[in-house]
Ligand binder design. Sequence first.
Ligand code: C5P
Length: 218
Amino acid sequence: DVPKLLLGKRVLITAGPTREDIDPVRYITNHSSGKMGYALAQAAQKLGAEVTLVSGPVTLSPPSGVNILKVSSAEQMHTCVMQNVKNSDIFIGCAAVADYRPIQKNSQKIKKSDQELTLTFVKNPDILSDVAHLANAPFTLGFAAETQNIKQYALGKLQRKKLNMIAANDVSDENIGFNSEQNALTVFWPEGELKLEIADKNILATQLMELVAKRYTK
Ligand code: C5P
């Protein structure tokens, strides 16, 4: 049995990819499986927290005892998070939110022709940054998937997005990160850092949630 480090605390977590519609039959997305976010939700719940999971389209079943809100696009995820973040003590942005969406969803299926096809994309709102910049912001943890200069980019995001913590993973390593069972993370906060060695995502999630609980309580 684990000590209930987050007893009664409200934790809001985003997980999975987002899906950006192009037309009624097509969309763009990414390889996020949602495993890390779902594992974090379970870990937080085990630590005694009241957990709400805002999830993009994934094939996982929600952890028991967790309140799940399903969304599809980044805009929907943004709206859902902003509506539910108010009473949160901790916010974890674990979703792989699409940075861009097609400027408009075609109402009809785009027909093929002999011409090239150009799609124009516009930027999606940054959910994590918007939460962290709220006047009454919860304790925020973000993720940074990087292929190089991991520390430098992670610290940049920590500052720019005004986060309390950031967990960086090296997605150039095929054994960890996107769509795999295992992950390894280096966690940064303004006064320190901690390396969490490669492990199953549920083990890593417990270690990370314990670290969040510790930093949150400080
Ligand atoms: O800037 P970058 O996309 O690398 O930041 C990753 C972090 O920001 C992740 O925690 C992710 O969940 C969050 N994010 C977000 N909304 C976006 C883009 C990223 O919440 N539109």
